[in-house]
Design a binder for this molecule. Structure first.
Ligand code: CTP
Length: 129
């Protein structure tokens, strides 16, 4: 049974998120998703998420293509998470292209093209206007 793992914030869940998760799930039999903690998102993106980590975990877990969710609390623990969940494949959007190649000694690393014209940042801006 192949396990696929992906990471992300998944704030203000949108179709770009759904599509990357569906494509990741299609690569194996079990999809595990590391959802960034509120604190980690603050470090990565310099803002608090709109939806709390508990809400984002609940929303991602409810998607039919997702089997397991966990809270990603540190960027430095990626290797530990991949080993802990027995990942055969690490799948990410291509905004991260090349940035996870260091893990190709323990799993296959795959990058998907992002869905065009949608992002959490753009949605927040649109609502704000
Ligand atoms: N993603 C995607 N297509 C989009 C938006 C996101 O494939 N249009 C993917 C990212 O590449 C990543 C995952 O969804 O693998 C989670 O991305 P995240 O950073 O949570 O979402 P963004 O919409 O990119 O958020 P932001 O605008 O805050 O950067």
């Amino acid at each position: 049974m192949k396990t696929v793992l992906t990471f992300g914030t998944f704030d203000v869940l949108h179709v770009g998120h759904l599509r990357v998760l569906e494509r990741a799930a299609a690569l194996g039999e079990r999809l595990v998703v590391g959802v960034s903690s509120d604190e980690l998102n603050m470090q990565k993106k310099g803002r608090s998420p709109v939806f709390s980590q508990a809400e984002r975990l609940q929303l991602v877990a409810a998607l039919s293509c997702v089997d397991v969710v966990f809270l990603e609390e540190s960027l430095d623990l990626k290797r530990d998470y991949l080993l802990r969940y027995g990942a055969d494949i690490l799948a990410m959007g291509d905004d991260w292209k090349g940035r996870f190649d260091e893990f190709s000694d323990i799993c296959n690393v795959v990058y998907f093209e992002r869905t065009p014209a949608v992002s959490t940042t753009a949605i927040i801006e649109k609502i704000r206007l």
